[in-house]
Design a protein around this ligand. Sequence first.
Ligand SMILES: [Zn+2]
Length: 416
Amino acid sequence: MSAPRIDASTQSLTPQQEVARVAGARQFHAVMDWLRAHTREIADRQMELTAIPAPPFGEAKRAAWLAERFRELGLRDVETDEVGNVFGVRRAAGAGKAAKYLAMTAHIDTVFAAGTEIDVRREGVKLLGPGISDNGAGVSALLAMAQALEAAKIALGMPVVFIGNVGEEGEGDLRGMRQIFRHDGPWREKIEYTLVVDGAATDTVIAQGLGSRRFEVTVRGAGGHSWSDFGVPNPIVALARAVARFSVVQVPTEPKTTFNIGAVSGGTSVNSIPESATMRVDLRSASGEQIDKLEAALRRAVHEAVTETKAAQAGQAALSYDIKGIGSRPAAELKDDARMLQVIRAVDAQLGNTARMQRASTDANIPLSLGMEAIAIGAGGAGGGAHTLHEWYDPTNRDLGFKRIVMTVMTLAGVE
Ligand SMILES: [Zn+2]
């Protein structure tokens, strides 16, 4: 038996016409009505999940909470994979097992280290607490969407997999997404569209992944007493030379390419020749090729600086160095005629919403780098103070964010 194809009758429609059709559909209004009627509960959920600490590599408790919610909602095949990503499936109406999935994802990790006091509270309409917006807003939107589709009994043409993923922030290095899209994983071939919901707001569409590569450079030497061992090559001096050499490297403004030496450490006391010195370097570019060039320049600068420092103190104990990669996010972008891009543009036009296209480093980098369709958008409302203890979220205009998500999902997946 062939499954009813929802898009059969819409094939000749432009994306704008398809979106207009969804906007006028009873199902769209049923979902929005549910969301509006549950504003308070959605905010309560957001506070509840934000209060569960989820530091990088410590997301398990929040993941367990989310899996629990997914089960309560009646999502199928709820599971947590080996890195801690949580999955819940909503089946398509009448579609066979072969149907491709729409993935809606929200990262569950925060930047806050284990032990950080997570004080979540309300002040008027505002919600406060570290992580309340990034990504309490996204995760609560993910849950609300799953719940609203279920409550309004919406039959979608594609199965949807809701994913709370780990490892988006900092040193997490997108490990959650890497796991989901690893070449031998169960999801790589199944997912057609990835809708990443991250943070608040409705004014951006991220369809271009900013590439970044991060390194920790360490120079080591014998160390010694500042007076009696004078002349032993000094790792801090070598590192300083490396910084001086590297920081004059010319980078293009187009494609935009940047570098930053963000942290330096080393040495023990003012009267000791240090045994080691370390710096952390962040390289970014819209182009993978430029990042390769910058990495080569960094390696050259360190090599020459160490060689020069050794030469200046010839005959002394050696200096060594190593350059360790501590993060890599591929640069990639969605083609202009990609379906997701056409749909989100049409959705924004339908809603009279102005959103600019932005290049950023998000969970979408991973599917984008594999040539798959993915965009990242905000969950609506307003947020601020991200990555600080003073983070806040104001759900006042969240409705627009929900409309954007619901219309996008319904247009991409098709409504019966
Ligand atoms: Zn985020």
